[in-house]
Design a protein around this ligand. Structure first.
Ligand code: EPZ
Length: 418
């Protein structure tokens, strides 16, 4: 089993180009099913979740090949088959394929996507929206039997701005005759990126980035070429690492506007942050100060995916910082592992109280989930002595070469593949 071996201490120095956005490319890969053509997707990160999505496409009869960081997907041979249970379970967000398959094939059978490390991951909003567009959905024996003779436009309001439900609805709406108005839609930058991809396929869609998105569906779509936006959470991770370890790091290929709540928190903690059209630079002396309560919220609020990495940066700060996790029920699983490194954190439900300590010490730890694992890496960079981090399969889901990137900035970190 692979693990990371780190020695804390060195400050981080240098420049890094940030990977393409995982949470953008996954719905975009589902969207390729909307046309029987070839899509060329540039700036595609090489991640476990992307591999899982490619295997889903291949199971459905599509072809995909890499050319560097460009992924070329040909969906002409789609057979409208089923997504096997194992693949559905491998990646919780595989439910995102449902809307596109219904739009292309009119039917789909897939197993109920399991929960994950963050707690139950309900899909009731996805299913209600697809039913409003005319899909018949029957849950039987852990499977979803979905049929949609012809999808039709509808006015849909989400009870909460779910990212996945927004994406599933937009993909199905592209295949629905008539106009769909989606209210209380998620406003994340990845939704805007998906809209741009769909427009490149010929879709008539407007409003992404706001709470109301309008799709005039039923038009035949075609293949396209698209460049995926930068991964704002990967950027937040590297900035938090520099804040914690100290140093001077410049990130390229970053839209600073997408991570303004994270850079604002790091500035409040005492870092110097400058940004330009496609770069962000952070300088830190490593000794941070506590900040006002961090409340996770749907975009443009503080991203839940950056909670663990900012928490890791605050472990040695002077004072106490409160975290309130409002999006997921169980997103403090990394705390127990941080305590092994000498952190002082108390959790109660959605609240975590982080009291800064003078020193963290290296320890053997195990990643519990994708962003929690990244948090352990950041804490180890700020700790005295050696650390090991196992269960890298979590980290590999969302970070392309995290260890290599941090090593290029001067971190003493190696990946040991057993
Ligand atoms: C997306 O997950 C991201 N994943 C998550 O990133 C991210 O944390 C999350 O959005 C919030 O920003 C991808 O884009 C692949 P939601 P998603 O639907 O779509 C509840 C990472 O680390 N809910 O916005 O699953 C749900 O339980 C991952 O990269 C329902 O109740 O998130 C949660 O409490 C982790 N019913 C809240 O809404 C539903 O039908 C927000 O979930 C759907 C969601």
């Amino acid at each position: 089993m692979s693990y990371l071996k780190l020695s804390g201490g060195p400050a981080l120095q240098g420049e890094l180009a940030v990977q393409g956005a995982k949470n953008s490319v996954l719905p975009i890969l589902a969207a390729t099913l909307l046309s029987a053509g070839e899509c060329v997707i540039h700036n595609c990160p090489k991640l476990k979740d992307v591999d899982a999505s490619i295997r889903i496409l291949q199971t459905l009869g599509c072809r995909a090949r890499w050319e560097g960081h460009t992924l070329i997907v040909d969906t002409a041979g789609m057979t409208c088959g089923e997504i096997p249970d194992g693949l559905m379970r491998e990646m919780r967000s595989s439910v995102i394929f449902l809307g596109a398959i219904l739009a292309r094939c009119g039917r789909s059978v897939l197993s109920y996507p399991g929960g994950c490390e963050l707690g139950p991951r309900p899909i009731d909003l996805h299913l209600a929206a697809l039913q409003a567009l005319g899909a018949g959905i029957e849950e039987r024996g852990g499977n979803l039997y979905c049929s949609a003779g012809k999808l039709h436009g509808s006015e849909i309001t989400l009870s909460l701005p779910s990212v996945g439900a927004t994406e599933n609805t937009l993909l199905a709406a592209c295949g629905a005759e008539g106009t769909t108005v989606l209210c209380n839609a998620a406003r994340e930058p990845e939704i805007v990126d998906l809209q741009n991809f769909l427009r490149a396929m010929g879709a008539d869609i407007h409003g992404a980035g706001s709470s109301t998105i309008v799709v005039r569906g039923g038009k035949p779509l075609h293949g396209c070429t698209h460049t995926v936006i930068s991964d704002r959470i990967a950027a937040a991770t590297y900035l938090s690492a520099a804040a914690a370890a100290g140093g001077d790091v410049l990130l390229r290929q970053v839209d600073y506007r997408h991570l303004s709540t994270v850079t604002a928190a790091l500035k409040e903690a005492g870092c110097t942050v400058h940004s330009g059209s496609d770069w962000v630079r952070l300088r830190s002396r490593g000794a941070l100060r506590a900040i006002r309560p961090v409340r996770t919220a749907p975009y443009p609020g503080f991203p839940t995916d950056a909670q663990a990495v900012l928490m890791a940066a605050m472990l040695r700060s002077r004072g106490t910082t409160l975290f309130i996790e409002n999006i997921f029920e169980n997103r403090y699983r990394h705390v127990a592992e941080l305590l092994r490194m000498g952190a002082n954190i108390r959790t109660e439900g959605r609240v975590a109280v982080v009291c800064g300590v003078q020193t963290l010490h290296g320890a053997k730890t195990v990643a519990t989930d994708l962003r929690g694992g990244a948090g352990l890496v950041i804490a180890a960079l700020a700790a005295e002595g050696e650390s090991e981090i196992a269960a890298l399969e979590h980290i590999d889901r969302g970070y392309e070469d995290l260890a290599g990137n941090l090593a290029s900035l001067g971190a003493q970190i190696v990946r040991v593949d057993k």
